[in-house]
Structure formats: structure tokens, C-alpha cells
Ligand binder design. Structure first.
Ligand code: ATP
Ligand code: MG
Length: 199
């Protein structure tokens, strides 16, 4: 049975008044911690989307990429070259390539110190900590130190954290948490990573 025009109109009016009320209620202005986790594709690229949005408002951005291959991608080159972005990369192979925990830990700590500087930099409006979750899960970084630095960042800064299997401590401090669910991924059909989509 199709809904009558009058009933549809009434339903939409109710919906509108509810949404208008909720928008009015949301009057707090505060910097956010956004956590993007889960096994599906779209975490880092979502962070890049928010970088793009921020740059469009002439905001200054800091990016720290953990768990990084030795080669820079085109996307990394873009981040490095952009005048409004400060970018840092953990210049090490993946854990399963290096197979050297003490080396990985050393690199993770070195990279984290750059993140801490950004979190105290008055000129930076947004800090992206890409693939940070693994640094806690592998115990390369001290959880308490990481949480403290993020919580005690300069007041105006937004922070975006990405990576699978986010630790509860990250979920607890975040304002917005999305878990991206893996329903299908082309890779499982033996399709290679595609330029512009995957890297
Ligand atoms: P993206 O950078 O594309 O947003 P992501 O940050 O959500 O991906 P990562 O775990 O960081 O995911 O993996 C990055 C790379 O791995 C991308 O090339 C992505 O397409 C691929 N990938 C992500 N999820 C899956 C999956 N479930 N199976 C296979 N490959 C994946
Ligand atoms: Mg990612």
C-alpha cells in the first residue's frame, strides 16, 4: 500500500521538527577526537577526506603515518609538498618485513615524538595519527603516554586516529568512533590495489 500525500507530509514535518530540535541542542563548540577503526576499507582515506576539508578552510594540518613502508606513495608526496601540511613518516618496513621488534619500537618512539610536538603546536588545527592503533597493540608505544599527550593537546586541535582493532583506551577518549565493517574487498578476488583508490 502506498502512503498518502497527507500522511507523507505529516511524517516529514515530524522528522523535520525533530532534526531542527536536535540541531538547536548541539550548540557546544569543541575540538574533537575522531577514531576510525574496523576491518573494512576506508579509514585512512576518510582521514584524508577530512584533511582536504580542513585545507579548504585554510586550516593547518599535521600528519603522522605509523606502520609505513620504506617507499613514499604519491599521496605521501602530496602531503610532504603541501605548504599547509607538516608530515612525518615512520620510515621502516612493515613488522613482518623487518622482524625486529627493538628496531620497530625505536622507530615508533622516534615517530611518536614528532606527533607529540604537533599536539603542542599552536599553529596546527588538525593532527592525523594514521595507523596509530597498531603502535599500542604491538606495545611499541606506552599507552598511558599516548593517551596523555592526546588528551592534553592544545585546546583548539582536532585529532583523527586510524587503524584496526583500536584499544579501549582510544575508544574511551574519542568523541566520535566509527567501526568500518568489511563486507567485501576486491583483494579477495585477486584484484591488485588500484592507483587513486587504494594508494
Ligand atoms: P584506505 O587507506 O583505503 O582508506 P584503510 O585505511 O581502511 O584503507 P588499511 O588497513 O590501512 O585500511 O589498509 C590500507 C590498504 O589495504 C588499502 O590499499 C586498502 O584498500 C587495503 N585494505 C583495506 N581493507 C582491506 C581488507 N579488508 N582486505 C584487503 N585489503 C584491504
Ligand atoms: Mg589505513
Amino acid at each position: 500500500m502506498t502512503e498518502s500525500t497527507a500522511s507523507y507530509k505529516k511524517r516529514m514535518q515530524l522528522k523535520k521538527s525533530y532534526i531542527d530540535k536536535r540541531i538547536k541542542q548541539a550548540n557546544i563548540n569543541k575540538s574533537l577526537i575522531v577514531l576510525l577503526t574496523g576491518n573494512g576499507k576506508g579509514k585512512s582515506s576518510s582521514a584524508l577526506g577530512m584533511i582536504y576539508r580542513s585545507l579548504a578552510y585554510n586550516m593547518k594540518v599535521g600528519v603522522v603515518k605509523f606502520l609505513k613502508g620504506e617507499q613514499h606513495t604519491k599521496e605521501d608526496e602530496f602531503l610532504i609538498k603541501h605548504k599547509d601540511i607538516k608530515a612525518f613518516f615512520m620510515k621502516t618496513g612493515f613488522t613482518w618485513d623487518t622482524q625486529d621488534t627493538s628496531y620497530d619500537t625505536k622507530k615508533a618512539i622516534e615517530t611518536w615524538l614528532e606527533a607529540e610536538k604537533l599536539l603542542q603546536d599552536e599553529n596546527i588545527d588538525l593532527v592525523v595519527l594514521d595507523e596509530l592503533t597498531y603502535m599500542l597493540n604491538y606495545k611499541y608505544l606506552d599507552k598511558k603516554q599516548v593517551i596523555y599527550a592526546i588528551k592534553n593537546r592544545i585546546k583548539k586541535q582536532h585529532v583523527i586516529i586510524t587503524g584496526r582493532a583500536a584499544d579501549k583506551s582510544l575508544i574511551d577518549i574519542a568523541d566520535t568512533v566509527s567501526e568500518i565493517k568489511d563486507i567485501k574487498h576486491a583483494f579477495r578476488d585477486n584484484i591488485k590495489a588500484q592507483k587513486g583508490i587504494d594508494y
